[in-house]
Design a protein. Structure first.
Length: 456
């Protein structure tokens, strides 16, 4: 049965009187794309720029000076031109103002309030209120800070429930938190896995696990989007089920933020954290973000690690040794944030003011649906499997391919032709057409190269 996206693509091809499998149709879709102008807001590496070491010219049909086919925003987003401008401005301010720029900044971004520049924009993207969002540290650090506050194990409730094969860093963080509190991860870490022969985890199985284990679970901790399969978990349902059993509900949104619409406040999520270098395009190792629901805004008795940037702003520089935390997520801040990484993030976040998450999601559905459509039409089903859910509402922009053989040589050939994608050894490749800067022609070119390589 054809999906709504497939039907839309076929209708568009019919209206344009074009073959839906032709490069002309890809170019037609690009001309119809109202968000195509956003691509000009980014630096796109050339084919020559991304060739593997020891490759002096591209193997494929695309010229060295052409834009590469960058389909790796699920790992690292491209550089927004504004981010480069803002970082260069801050270096100039530093050079000419020194310490005075903390309060007097010629571009109107005093360093003493630099985190405020990004929190409002971030809150809009995750569906939270400004008081619920803070910009600080990095993803795993923030996960530890949040678990310190929300994981309060007892003899009765000591388990953390998470998805099977979550991102390794999440496993490491959770296991270390369990050990830190004197419990055994073998007994206190519970995971929910896909059924035999399936790649993704059914929501009904997650809810059953919460119901079965919930009385002994302190925290339910899931990804927003599973990094390997690309599955978009049903955050609202998971949160509701966790709360019914008296559990805290937290989420790692590394692959979800800026990728899919989120409503953390309305979904009643207790806490969440994310990195910003994927779909928010803040740069490698960019500053992280966290969300703490408004109902905890004045819960100052909850245990937490404290630092001076989370202290009351009006008395922060009085150097009082008695902690007076800010209400909300801001009270979780530790040290003053890195100015360079914060303004780099600002350059990426401002693009989400030009296009709403709703608009970006609409393009993303069509862009990823087009990728899926071409795969279904042009490849034998025995070539590879798509691990990502076929239902567009159950995924973001990423499709994860599972091949029957080692993919290192395939990956090398794609890379040598100017494709930037992501490999997970031994036999998986992840492809992520990002609506902010990818085109339908990018998708078509990738499919053409993949088909040519597989037919060799």
């Amino acid at each position: 049965m054809a999906s709504n996206v497939e039907i839309s693509l076929e209708n568009l091809a019919r209206e344009a009187n074009l073959d839906p499998l032709s490069p002309e149709f890809a170019r037609y879709l690009d001309k119809q794309d109202k968000l195509a102008y956003l691509r000009e807001e980014f630096f796109i590496p050339s084919v020559q720029d991304v060739l593997p070491e020891n490759e002096d010219k591209p193997r494929g049909p695309y010229k060295a000076e052409e834009d590469c086919i960058y389909l790796c925003g699920n790992s690292l987003g491209l550089l927004p031109k504004k981010a480069k401008q803002y970082v260069e401005e801050e270096l100039d301010v530093w050079a000419h103002s020194g310490v005075h720029a903390h309060h007097h900044h010629k571009h109107g971004r005093p360093w003493v309030t630099i985190d405020e520049e990004v929190c409002k924009l971030s809150a809009s993207i995750v569906g939270g209120k400004p008081i619920e969002v803070a910009s600080m540290a990095t993803l795993t650090s923030n996960l530890h800070f949040l678990l310190t506050a929300f994981y309060k194990p007892t003899e009765k409730r000591h388990k953390i429930l998470m998805e099977y094969k979550a991102f390794p860093s999440d496993h490491y963080a959770v296991e270390s938190q369990i050990k830190y509190h004197g419990f055994d991860p073998v007994k206190s870490l519970v995971t929910v896995a896909p059924r035999e022969g399936e790649y993704t985890i059914r929501t009904e199985d997650i809810l059953k696990a919460i119901e079965a284990e919930g009385d002994s679970v302190a925290v339910v901790l899931f990804s927003g989007i599973q990094y390997y399969t690309g599955q978009f978990f049903e955050i609202e349902k998971i949160t509701e089920a966790a709360h019914k059993k008296g559990c805290i509900a937290g989420f790692d949104l590394a692959h979800a933020v800026g990728n899919v619409p989120l409503q953390l406040h309305d979904w009643d999520v207790d806490f969440a954290c994310w990195c910003t270098y994927k779909y928010l395009n803040s740069g490698p190792g960019g500053i992280g973000g966290l969300f703490v629901h408004e109902r905890f805004a004045h819960d100052f008795d909850r245990p937490r690690f404290s630092g001076w940037w989370g202290h009351n702003k009006t008395t922060r520089f009085q150097m009082n040794s008695v902690s007076d935390p800010l209400p909300g997520a801001a009270g979780f801040q530790m040290s003053n944030p890195s100015v360079l990484t914060t303004v780099s993030l600002l350059g990426g976040l401002e693009l989400f003011e030009k296009a709403s998450m709703k608009e970006l999601r609409q393009k993303s559905l069509l862009l990823t649906g087009y990728l899926e459509f071409l795969l279904d039409q042009l490849f034998d089903k025995s070539t590879f499997s798509i691990m990502t859910p076929r239902d567009p509402s159950q995924r973001g922009c990423q499709l994860s391919f599972l091949f029957g053989e080692d993919v290192k040589e395939l990956y090398h050939q794609l890379s040598s032709s100017g494709v930037v994608c992501d490999i997970r050894e031994p036999n998986s490749i992840r492809i992520a057409p990002v609506p902010l800067y990818n085109s339908f022609s990018d998708v078509y070119k990738f499919i053409s190269l993949l088909r040519s390589i597989k037919q060799q």
